[in-house]
Design a protein around this ligand. Structure first.
Ligand SMILES: [Zn+2]
Ligand SMILES: [Zn+2]
Length: 249
């Protein structure tokens, strides 16, 4: 009996061993999408080629907005105070469906040139709506635009691209929390809300790119991450911390 069982057992061990090593080998070039990206619940698809995570999105907010057509179930007849306490003043644009393709590095790396963020999408938030930078136009401050932020602090561009320059209030107050992961910038580094460990993030702990290195719930081994704050530059400071991927729409 033993003579039969022992070789059988060793066979199991052998096969278990070889199975593990083949799993490890495939991890290095894995096309499995890491769980953290699955938090982007608004994406229409998320895939990986092992180097880049490709996130597709139609860019439509999943929350009420004054910029949806009145016939849309998500149309919001909003008035009153919006971001910064300003009285809401609607801009002439309306929300249009887009076909965003965000390609962000799966293994984000510090860059030496810290390229300036472009006008237009600079990252993607959990609901698939893009983040925009702190400018209304080339080096023009947002000052005149914030009055047009809707109930959840987003608004559409003349192109119909709905976007967030500041804290995406629907995410931080309805879907997740003010200390949660809210999305990623194009360089692959994650974006977190205005709070950390139950307290407002101290801006002096952020570098000129508007982030710092530390442990987060999603990255227990520590990672560079951006924080959104209530004052300019809101999401990103003086360019990307890492080498940016691409976005098309
Ligand atoms: Zn804008
Ligand atoms: Zn932090």
């Amino acid at each position: 009996m033993l003579k039969i069982v022992l070789p059988f057992l060793s066979l199991i061990f052998l096969s278990a061993c070889s199975k593990n090593s083949s799993t490890n080998t495939t991890t290095n070039t894995s096309t499995t999408v890491p769980d953290v990206y699955k938090k982007i619940y608004g994406a229409t698809s998320i895939t990986s080629d092992g180097t880049y995570i490709t996130i597709k999105s139609n860019g439509l907010p999943d929350h009420k907005s004054s910029y949806y057509a009145t016939s849309n179930a998500l149309y919001d007849n909003f008035s009153g105070a919006t971001f910064g306490g300003y009285n809401f003043a609607k801009n002439p644009n309306s929300i249009a469906e887009k076909l965003y393709v965000f390609k962000i590095p799966v293994d984000p790396k510090l860059s030496t040139d810290h390229k300036a963020t472009p006008l237009g999408p600079i990252g993607v938030s959990l609901n698939g709506v893009p983040f925009f930078n702190q400018y209304a136009g080339p080096m023009q401050p947002l000052t005149g635009e914030v009055v047009s932020f809707d109930r959840y602090w987003g608004h559409p561009a003349p192109t119909g691209q709905y976007h967030y320059h500041v804290e995406p209030l629907y995410l931080t107050t309805v879907k997740v929390t003010k200390s949660s992961l809210l999305g990623f910038l194009l360089d692959g580094f994650p974006v977190y809300g205005p709070e950390e460990n139950g307290a407002l993030v101290d801006k002096t702990t952020l570098d000129i790119y508007h982030g710092h290195i530390g442990i987060t719930t999603d990255y227990p081994n520590s990672i560079y991450h951006y924080h959104i704050t209530s004052t300019d530059p809101y999401i990103n400071g003086s360019g990307f911390y890492g080498s940016a991927g691409t976005v098309s729409n």
